[in-house]
Design a protein around this ligand. Structure first.
Ligand code: SF4
Length: 341
């Protein structure tokens, strides 16, 4: 038996769990290579225009996978991965959109991932997936438990400083050194499936490291710090990823050794337009840059903006220019009564 798992959306957060689960049930797992231009173009051809860039890329991975022989395609329907917090509604419709957009598809395995319901419900969903391969309930439970242990091992690697795609390679047994030290400390924010996908983010993290920056990611921050900062917001952010981004931004904002923050947003993303603005309003005295990408973004434009941002941060370290913030508010207020933008 072979199951295909597209390398898009929540792959970057949950692949170790599903890979271990299926492997323990005696199933061969097929996946796609990291996103590239061909995959993006296939995604654009299959997805509806109105959807966001990461969903289009996910469709490209499905088109790529469909060229292989497989018995099932694994496309979970994510609703909630923690109690009373939710995933963007686009995730809920992904299995339906996939069915509507592809004519030749293997049968889909689409468990409903809604952890806001009871544990019993989630257990039933896992069993439903497992029963395609074995009738031994105990074996399915053990495979899931093993998957969760492997997921924790992967998460520990991200806490050590590996980006999630690097942590996946290390988790699979590849030897990778931890990134070297640079002279600037930059926090990067965004949805992981965009930020850590080199084709979507145009290698944002790699480029920053090449520019001698230490990159701080959400996954490296202690969960309790994120939660306590997110709890200070006047209204609860009920999107899981949005809350993590906002809480991490507020936490990084307080750290004096963080020189600046970069938010990678996707064109067409509703949550990004809201969370990005929320973060911006709380970054008055910390340099902050928002980069919005879509399928038409060019590498040169991103590179220029990153270089300019890093140059500005380095110049701010020189005393005479330390009053130059990104948004200009401090500069305006120092000059007199003129209110900044
Ligand atoms: S949160 Fe934004 S980027 Fe993610 S699936 Fe929803 S619309 Fe797309």
């Amino acid at each position: 038996m072979r199951v295909g798992i597209p390398q898009g959306l929540f792959y970057v957060y949950y692949y170790p769990l599903w890979k271990t689960f299926f492997t323990d049930l005696g199933v061969e797992v097929l996946s796609t290579p990291p996103s590239n231009r061909k995959i993006i173009d296939q995604g654009i051809a299959h997805a509806v225009d109105e959807t966001c860039f990461p969903v289009k890329v996910y469709f490209g991975h499905i088109a790529e996978l469909c060229q292989e022989e497989m018995d099932y395609l694994f496309v979970p329907r994510f609703v909630s991965v923690e109690r009373k917090h939710y995933i963007c509604p686009k995730f809920m419709g992904v299995p339906d959109m996939v069915r509507a957009s592809f004519t030749k598809l293997p049968p889909l395995l689409s468990p409903l991932v809604d952890l806001s319901r009871t544990d019993k419900h989630w257990r039933k969903e896992i069993m439903k997936v497992g029963r395609h391969f074995t009738w031994r309930g105990k074996k399915i439970e053990q495979a899931y438990q093993h998957g969760m242990e492997e997921l924790e091992r992967f998460r520990q690697l991200t806490r050590q400083g590996y980006s999630p795609p690097e942590a996946l390679l290390v988790w699979e047994g590849k030897k990778l050194p931890l990134p070297g030290k640079g002279d600037l400390n930059i926090g990067v924010l965004g949805h992981g499936y965009a930020l850590y996908d080199e084709a979507i983010s145009m290698g944002l993290i790699k480029r920053l490291r090449e520019m001698e920056c230490n990159v701080y990611m959400v996954e490296m921050i202690e969960k309790s710090y994120i939660e306590s900062r997110a709890a200070t917001l006047p209204k609860r952010v009920f999107w899981t990823l949005g809350r993590k981004i906002a809480g991490s931004a507020l936490y990084l904002h307080q750290q004096t050794d963080i020189d600046g923050l970069i938010y990678l947003a996707c064109f067409g993303c509703g949550p990004d337009s809201l969370i990005g603005d929320l973060v911006k309003r709380n970054m008055q005295d910390k340099p902050y840059m928002m980069l919005t990408v879509d399928e038409h973004s060019g590498e040169a434009g991103i590179n220029t903006r990153l270089e300019a941002f890093c140059d500005m941060l380095r110049r701010r370290r020189i005393n005479s220019e330390s009053n130059l913030p990104t948004y200009g508010q401090l500069l305006y207020s120092l000059q007199g009564s003129v209110e900044g933008p």
